[in-house]
Design a protein around this ligand. Structure first.
Ligand SMILES: *[C@@H]1O[C@H](CO)[C@@H](O)[C@H](O)[C@H]1NC(C)=O
Length: 176
């Protein structure tokens, strides 16, 4: 490895000495192949949520519950953003660890719909049905957030006949 680095470094130095190095593509640009982050990060507060615990919060396992509105907590924050294919997505601010969500370690997480639940999923997973804000409601196709259950867990109406809204507070994103 040391030998390789020395060769590489030497090669670059030689190259730089010979002529102007052509503009190198920024590796951070190249890596941003999935979601283009939007400008505003928000906390979503469920209209008619549990009094004192109305803010949508991502659990360690990526499921969403109503909890206290700690607006500067990363697990309350999402950023309306754009997927690689141009879909509206909600980029999840918090990170996830290998103990709970090995599939999300080091990945961009988006709110997705798995047929029954809205929760954090890999933004780049091909089967992902994204959830976005439409008319102030969390929506995925015909499905919408219908409220929460007795365990404060977000509930979904797959037909979209009973939907609840969320109010939005713009926040400074907290490091995940
Ligand atoms: C969808 O997610 C919920 C919550 O994590 C889980 O209980 C359920 O089994 C999942 N359904 C499918 C089809 O993966």
């Amino acid at each position: 490895m040391r030998g390789f680095n020395q060769i590489l470094f030497g090669g670059l130095a030689l190259y730089a000495g010979v002529a102007a190095v052509p503009a190198k593509k920024d590796s951070s640009t190249a890596a941003a192949t999935t979601v283009t982050r939007g400008a505003s990060t928000i906390v979503m507060k469920e209209v008619g949520g549990i009094a004192g615990n109305e803010c949508l919060t991502f659990r360690n396992n990526g499921e969403i519950v109503d909890a206290a509105c700690v607006n500067n907590a990363a697990d309350r924050q999402v950023t309306p953003s754009t997927s690689a294919s141009g879909a509206n997505v909600l980029l999840v601010q918090r990170s996830f660890d290998a103990g709970f969500r090995p599939d999300l370690v080091g990945k961009q997480a988006c709110v997705g719909f798995n047929g029954t639940d809205f929760k954090a999923v890999d933004c780049a997973a091909s089967e992902t049905q994204f959830v976005s804000l439409v008319g102030g409601e969390l929506t995925s196709g015909t499905a919408c957030q219908s409220g929460h259950d007795s365990a404060a867990q977000l509930t979904v109406d797959t037909t979209g006949s009973k939907c609840v809204g969320v109010t939005l507070t713009t926040v400074t994103p907290t490091a995940p």
